[in-house]
Design a protein around this ligand. Structure first.
Ligand SMILES: [Zn+2]
Length: 395
C-alpha cells in the first residue's frame, strides 16, 4: 500500500454491511435498549437539576452514578449481561451533549427513542484482540463471528489495518439493515471504491419521466422527494406570501421555507453526484444528448420538474468528473433524431409523438422501449463522433 508523502496519521472511517444471525440481532437489540436506558436515565436525572440550578453534573458524578446506581440496579439485573465499557459510552455521549449545550453549540439533549436510536459503540478496549478477519468480526464475548462485507478494496484495507482500529459502532438503521462503522488511525490513503476503472461505453437518454435510461438497459428513476416535504414547501410558501412585507414574521417564514428547500436540494445533489460519479467510473466513453434545456423550460408545466431534475447540472458534473477520471464524454447534437431512428436497421420515422412509449419500426419490425432505443442511438452516434475525432479506434 502506498504511503502518503507527509505520513500524517488520520482517522478514517469505513462502513461495512453486517449480517448478524438472529441470536446476534436479538442480543444487539437488547444492548441498544440498555444503551438508551443509560442515556435517558441520565437525562431524567439531570433535568431536575437543570431546572432548579441551571447547572450540569460534572463527569465524575455521572461516572459515579453509572457504576454505583445504574449497573447495580437490583430491579434490572439484565443490565449486567452487557459489556460495561460499551454501556459507559452513554455517559460519555450524554456528557458531550450537555457540554455542547452549555457552550451553545447544540440544543438541550432529548430522549433517545426506540425507533430512532439503535446503536452501540465499542471502543478499542472493549473489542477482542482478534477483532477482524476476512468476513468475520469479533467484538465481545457475546458478539463473536459477526459476518461482514464491503468492497474488495475496503476489505483488504481493513484487514491490513486491523491493529489500528479505534472503535466499531454497530447500528440497525430505520430500514432494519445492519451496519458497522469502523474507525481507525492510519497513515495510508483510503482506497477509493471507484478507483477500479470500468471499460464500459454508455449512451444516456435523459428525460422528464425517467431521469435517465442507459443503453445497457438500466433505467434510473427520478429521486423521490418525500410527499410530506413537498406539502411543507407548499404550506410554507403560502404562509410566507401572506406575511406582511418587511415584518419579522415574514423573515421567520422565509427562513423556514429556505430550510425545507435546502433539504430537498441536498437530496437532489446527492443523487446527481452519486450517479455521475458511478457512470464516469464505470465507463471509458459516455454519450449524452446536447439537450436544449432552455427551450424545454419555456414550457411552464415542465419547468418545475426540469429544475428538480437538473439535467443541466447533471451534465456539468459528468463533464468535470469525466476529465478527472479519464473518461471521454461526447455530446450528440440535439438535432440528431435519437428517438426517431431505429437502432436495429437505421430507418428513420417522420414523426413520433411523445405518447408513443414503444418504438416500433415499420421497416424491419424491431420494437423496443422508446427511451432505450434513443439511448442506444445516442451511444452509436457518440462513438461515431469519437472515431471521427480520432479519440477511439474502430471497435
Ligand atoms: Zn428498423
Amino acid at each position: 500500500m502506498k504511503r502518503s508523502k507527509k505520513n500524517i496519521e488520520n482517522l478514517v472511517s469505513i462502513k461495512v454491511k453486517l449480517h448478524p444471525t438472529l441470536a446476534q440481532q436479538e442480543y444487539c437489540n437488547k444492548l441498544f435498549g440498555v444503551v438508551r436506558l443509560a442515556y435517558n436515565s441520565l437525562l431524567t436525572k439531570n433535568q431536575e437539576d437543570y431546572k432548579q440550578k441551571k447547572t450540569k453534573y460534572n463527569f465524575y458524578d455521572l461516572q459515579k452514578w453509572f457504576y454505583s446506581d445504574f449497573l447495580k440496579n437490583p430491579d434490572k439485573p439484565y443490565i449486567n449481561e452487557h459489556n460495561t465499557k460499551v454501556l459507559k459510552q452513554s455517559v460519555v455521549n450524554f456528557d458531550n451533549a450537555m457540554t455542547r449545550f452549555f457552550k451553545k453549540q447544540g440544543k438541550y439533549p432529548v430522549f433517545k427513542k426506540r425507533h430512532r436510536y439503535n446503536k452501540a459503540k465499542f471502543l478499542k478496549d472493549a473489542i477482542s484482540k482478534n477483532n477482524l478477519k476476512d468476513g468475520n468480526l469479533h467484538l465481545t464475548r457475546q458478539l463473536k463471528d459477526v459476518k461482514w462485507a464491503t468492497s474488495e478494496e475496503h476489505s483488504r484495507f481493513l484487514v491490513d489495518n486491523r491493529d489500528a482500529i479505534q472503535s466499531i459502532t454497530i447500528e440497525r438503521d430505520k430500514t432494519g439493515e445492519w451496519w458497522g462503522a469502523i474507525l481507525f488511525h492510519t497513515t495510508d490513503r483510503l482506497p477509493s471504491k471507484s478507483r477500479a476503472k470500468g471499460n464500459g461505453q454508455i449512451g444516456i437518454d435523459l428525460g422528464i419521466n425517467t431521469f435517465a435510461v442507459l443503453s445497457n438497459g438500466e433505467k434510473i428513476s427520478n429521486p423521490k422527494f418525500k410527499r410530506s416535504r413537498i406539502r411543507k414547501i407548499k404550506l410554507y410558501h403560502k404562509r410566507h406570501s401572506k406575511k406582511q412585507k418587511g415584518s419579522s414574521n415574514k423573515e421567520k417564514a422565509r427562513v423556514k421555507l429556505a430550510k425545507v428547500y435546502k433539504r430537498m436540494t441536498n437530496q437532489k445533489n446527492d443523487f446527481l453526484q452519486n450517479l455521475s460519479k458511478r457512470l464516469v467510473c464505470e465507463n471509458q466513453a459516455i454519450a449524452v444528448e446536447d439537450l436544449n434545456v432552455k427551450g424545454m423550460m419555456r414550457n411552464r408545466k415542465l419547468s418545475l420538474s426540469i429544475q428538480e431534475l437538473s439535467i443541466g447540472e447533471f451534465k456539468r458534473m459528468l463533464e468535470y468528473k469525466s476529465i478527472r477520471h479519464g473518461c471521454r464524454l461526447v455530446k450528440v447534437d440535439r438535432f440528431f433524431s435519437s428517438s426517431k431512428i431505429c437502432n436495429a436497421c437505421g430507418n428513420k420515422k417522420d414523426s413520433l409523438s411523445l405518447s408513443e412509449r414503444e418504438y416500433v419500426c415499420e421497416s424491419c419490425g424491431h420494437s423496443a422501449d422508446r427511451d432505450m432505443n434513443a439511448a442506444k442511438n445516442i451511444l452509436k452516434e457518440g462513438l461515431r463522433l469519437l472515431q471521427e475525432q480520432g479519440q477511439i479506434g474502430v471497435p
